[in-house]
Design a binder for this molecule. Structure first.
Ligand SMILES: NC(=O)c1ccc[n+]([C@@H]2O[C@H](COP(=O)([O-])OP(=O)(O)OC[C@H]3O[C@@H](n4cnc5c(N)ncnc54)[C@H](O)[C@@H]3O)[C@@H](O)[C@H]2O)c1
Length: 309
């Protein structure tokens, strides 16, 4: 059985361990927290596997899958003889450079080296070691154990075969990769997500609606379609003659709203405090963990529904 290393065992790293272990890989999990990996990260991975199992999304029993995940005591030990390394350490370019120097020094020359970075361009830290052609960004959505989308983005050094192999490995592991054609800050998902959040802050900040209203617009409005079809297909289906007809009729309106949107909105500390107060009333801070668990069950229920269809 092939082995994969997960470097960083925080929120994202331990979820990656679940992804690879359930796909049949032995997983070596390393983090600077040392013994905490065995005490907290692996039990955390077990809880996610139990949730997947309860929802019919795990083919094997939980014990079998968990037994594939082991704690490593150094990066060198974690990456020896692996086919793939997924780095998920702190979002800090200096830390990532240091970690990749060590990964690259000890991993097999033909292993693929991937980073989970959310918004640091791979070119800032994936070209500073031998054989940078084997490295790329594989950006997940949190948590990758529940949400399949991954964004693959090479640097100017990445070999096309590296991207092709990473794409095949991700697909085989049950993920749904998209491949970016060139580097851009924030990749695709976060650019779309944060543009929407920024305009939502503008609408709330200027008194057009409340944060609760915005959340309702998404959860009982737009997202009901978006869970099955994305904005391009929504437009295509919203006109009898398809996307071209949609743009012919609604294009000017789209341009007008795009121009009026305030994605550069300069929100004030008072506006943020007010939004926070509304949210903390809806979801008290001490119930966030429960609400996260509820969110995860909702995601899995939706995935089950989509799978049935
Ligand atoms: N949380 C998200 O929503 C999300 C989504 C997609 C991608 N990411 C990216 O994944 C990466 C990890 O994010 P996270 O949310 O899991 O963060 P986290 O803070 O939960 O975990 C980061 C882990 O890195 C470890 N670490 C720090 N320095 C280290 C070092 N030198 N060697 C080994 N381990 C070290 C820390 O001990 C910690 O456990 C970041 O690059 C982040 O941008 C996060």
């Amino acid at each position: 059985m092939s082995t994969v290393a997960c470097i960083g065992a925080g929120t994202v790293g331990r979820a990656w361990a679940v992804v690879f272990a359930r796909a049949g890989y032995d997983v070596r999990l390393y983090d600077a927290i040392g013994g905490e990996v065995a005490r907290t990260a692996i039990p955390g991975a077990r809880r996610t596997l139990e949730l997947l199992s309860e929802n019919g999304l795990l083919k094997e029993d939980v014990d079998t899958v968990v037994s594939r995940i082991s704690a490593a005591s150094s990066i060198a030990e974690a990456v020896a003889d692996v086919v793939f390394v997924q780095e998920s350490v702190r979002e800090d370019v200096a830390v990532k450079r240091e970690v990749f120097a060590e990964i690259a020094a000890h991993a097999p020359a033909d292993a693929i080296l991937a980073s989970s970075t959310s918004a640091i361009p791979g070119s800032d830290f994936l070209g500073h070691f031998a054989h940078p052609e084997r490295a790329l960004v594989v950006h997940p959505v949190n948590p990758p154990s529940l949400i399949p989308l991954v964004e693959l983005c090479g640097t100017q050094w990445t070999a096309p075969e590296t991207v092709a192999k990473a794409r095949a490995l991700m697909t085989e592991a049950g993920m749904r990769p998209i491949v970016l054609k060139k580097e851009i800050d924030g990749f695709i998902l976060n650019r779309l997500q944060f543009t929407l959040v920024a305009e939502a802050l503008h609408l709330v900040g200027e008194g057009y609606c409340t944060p609760e209203d915005v959340d309702a617009v998404l959860t009982v409005g737009l997202a009901l379609r978006w869970a099955s079809i994305g904005p391009f297909e929504v437009a295509h289906l919203n006109a009898p003659d398809g996307f071209q007809g949609f743009i012919d009729r609604l294009g000017p309106m789209m341009r007008r709203m795009g121009e009026a949107a305030r994605t550069d909105y300069d929100w004030t500390p008072e506006q943020i405090a007010s939004a926070h107060a509304e949210l903390a009333e809806r979801v008290p801070i001490d119930s966030i963990a429960d609400r996260q668990a509820w969110r995860d069950r909702q995601i899995l229920a939706l995935r089950q529904l989509k799978q049935k269809q």
